[in-house]
Write a protein that binds this ligand. Structure first.
Ligand SMILES: O=C(O)CCC(=O)C(=O)O
Ligand SMILES: [Fe+2]
Length: 211
């Protein structure tokens, strides 16, 4: 499929090299119920080139998905890479390995799978959910998301209906990591938007048996 990305305002004529910056710059926000979120804007520089590569090269498929108790139709395109399966660009393996090293002590295991989602425009979205297939339903874990292309908001809210809500606009190489109890005590979504959003790809790295 062909998706054209509006060049980032900060792009010069010569594309910036693809480079992962230092994860020591991650900033943590504690949520309630033992959930937290780490954010590092612009983790990957030169990310527009990765967007173009992935949009063109990944075997995207449409899907209906079992989410907790419901089957929901998923208005976005998906691809999934299991443990050991080659990823569609070498910088993704470098990203996964850097995350595994950074969180080794706290997580106690490496990130091994990669899920990719392509939101073609503001009509593509994912409804409120937690990543609760497998251990995310019962145990603390982490899901790390690298975003490339045009920013879209990742929204978070507590499952107990509390008023707190967070929205993180994510695109152009930004990193967010959901941790602690986030998958079972909080929900997240990428809401639809009428504001003419351009295409975004998210890459989610997860440990074994978290989906
Ligand atoms: O695209 C995103 O940032 C979120 C994707 C997501 O929550 C999921 O696929 O489970
Ligand atoms: Fe999710």
């Amino acid at each position: 499929m062909t998706v054209h990305l509006q060049a980032s305002l900060f792009d010069s004529a010569e594309a910036a090299p693809l480079r992962l910056t230092d994860l020591a710059a991650l900033r943590r926000t504690e949520l309630s119920h033992g959930a937290w979120i780490d954010v590092l804007p612009g983790w990957l520089t030169g990310s527009d080139a990765l967007f173009e590569h992935l949009a063109a090269q990944v075997p995207w498929r449409a899907e209906r998905r079992q989410m907790y108790d419901n089957v929901v139709s998923v208005p976005r395109l998906l691809a999934h890479y299991r443990k050991g399966e080659p990823l569609p660009h070498p910088v993704l393996a470098a990203a996964r390995d850097a995350l595994s090293a950074h969180y080794a002590e706290e997580l106690g295991e490496p990130f091994v799978t990669a899920g990719l989602c392509l939101y073609r425009d503001g009509r593509d979205s994912v409804a409120w959910h937690g990543d609760r297939i497998g251990r995310g339903r019962t145990h603390d874990t982490m899901v790390a998301i690298l975003s490339v292309g045009e920013p879209r908001a990742l929204a978070l809210r507590p499952c107990d209906g509390g008023a707190a809500q967070h929205r993180f606009p994510l695109g152009h190489g930004d990193l967010v990591v959901m941790g602690g109890s986030c998958q079972r005590t909080w929900e997240h979504a990428v809401p639809k938007t009428a504001r003419g959003a351009g295409p975004r790809i998210s890459i989610q790295f997860r440990p074994r048996n978290v989906g």
